[in-house]
Write a protein that binds this ligand. Structure first.
Ligand code: KIV
Ligand code: ZN
Length: 389
């Protein structure tokens, strides 16, 4: 059996921080139900101290989830935040408090204006304070991706010594290169005592378009929890997209020695739901859930796919709830694709008849982006009329 990688969804917290993507409590509950259908391990439901609405969302999602998923609430390393999170999670069957502090030179000097020693004290305090309320305490080392390796070891050691059950290593600014981020995780695995007894999480941002690659390097080097969002929603350029990491793990399960328990057949539905609720469109060429993710338009590709789907497709679209591959008829399409589509429409054309329709099809395709079924029907009827004239 391969290692189980926990999927920690933060669509409702970090995802919702995406400008323009805010959700009200009812909308968050709709998304939370979908996350339960996806069978994620952890739902980060919100940041309760931030507003009464967010408090209420966390409280209601905690009730909704029952023992189906862990429900997590975010805090800063501040007692009143932790009190509020504990209160919002009061009725959760599997509550988790997610507390933490910035650890990079930039966060220490410019944002928090504290010394490294003060940061360590606050790390110890926030974890032990949260531990009074819940057993499951996750600690995040904000901006770990730009922190000093040895200081990060001391911070994570302090969190574990004070009872953290999960240590989260975020690349908050999406700055790291994947290989370097992997090295950082490995350094922690090799240098923090007792790290093998806790869950190590990676939380990566997409500022350089590498959030998925960063998370995968984390997994290769010992992380067993990935923090992610539907459609990669999140601050600035977003977070690691759940559908991408889960499918990457699925495609490389043996070499990564990893699997997840996510119900991948819900992906397209989840993507559309989050997009319609937040108003954040999904780009057509987005991996896994984009409109073109399983669409083939060039003749060479269409011919290959029609002969054997996996010539140009590594994922069966049905596995992510996307039905079947699409053959899009354009000016780049060849005879094989046209013939295939005509047969689906009930027209068996061969030889010269097919060549004639193909010629007319190309003339039309040069004038429009895509040729539709009704266009094909007209072309065939036109040829028949000419033939019988
Ligand atoms: O990006 C980040 O560092 C975060 C933390 C609060 C986990 O979102
Ligand atoms: Zn984040």
């Amino acid at each position: 059996m391969t290692r189980k990688i926990q999927i920690f969804d933060t669509t409702l917290r970090d995802g919702e921080q995406s400008p323009g993507a805010s959700m009200n409590t009812e909308e968050k509950l709709v998304v939370a139900r979908e996350l339960l259908r996806l069978n994620v391990d952890v739902i980060e439901a919100g940041f309760p101290i931030s507003s009464p609405g967010d408090f209420e969302s966390v409280r209601r999602i905690a009730e909704l989830a029952g023992d189906q998923a862990t429900v997590c609430a975010l805090t800063r390393a501040v007692e009143k935040d932790i009190d509020s999170a504990a209160d919002a999670l009061k009725y959760a069957k599997r509550p988790r408090i997610h507390t933490g502090i910035g650890v990079s030179p930039s966060h220490l000097q410019d944002k928090l204006r504290i010394t490294e020693e003060e940061c360590l004290k606050r790390t110890a305090h926030c974890v032990s304070y949260a531990k009074q309320f819940v057993e499951d305490v996750q600690f995040y080392a904000e901006d770990a991706g730009r922190s000093d390796y040895d200081f990060l070891v001391r911070v994570i050691q302090t969190a574990i010594d004070n009872g953290a059950t999960v240590v989260n290593i975020p690349d908050t600014t999406g700055y790291s290169l994947p290989e370097e981020f992997g090295r950082r995780i490995k350094y922690l695995m090799d240098n923090v005592n007792g790290i093998e007894n806790v869950t190590v999480a990676v939380h990566c941002h997409n500022d350089l378009g590498m959030a998925t690659a960063l998370a995968m390097e984390g997994v290769k080097n010992g992380a067993t929890q990935i923090e992610c969002t539907i459609n990669g929603l999140g601050e600035r350029a977003g977070n690691t997209a759940m559908e991408e990491v889960v499918m990457a793990i699925r495609m490389h399960e043996q070499e990564l020695d990893a699997h997840t328990d996510v119900n991948t057949r819900e992906f397209l539905k989840a993507s559309r739901l989050v997009s319609s609720i937040t108003g954040m469109n999904v780009q057509a060429n987005k991996a896994i859930v984009g409109a073109n993710a399983f669409a083939h338009s060039s003749g060479i590709h269409q011919d290959g796919v029609l002969k054997k789907r996996d010539t140009y497709e590594i994922i069966d679209p049905a596995d992510v709830g996307a039905g079947q591959s699409q053959i899009v008829l354009t000016a780049r399409s060849g005879h094989a694709a046209l013939k295939h589509r005509l047969e689906e429409l009930g027209y068996e054309l061969e030889g010269e008849a097919l060549d004639q329709v193909y010629g007319a099809f190309l003339d039309l395709a040069d004038k429009k982006k895509e040729v539709y079924d009704e266009d094909l029907e007209s072309l065939v009827n036109e040829r028949d009329r000419n033939e019988n004239a």
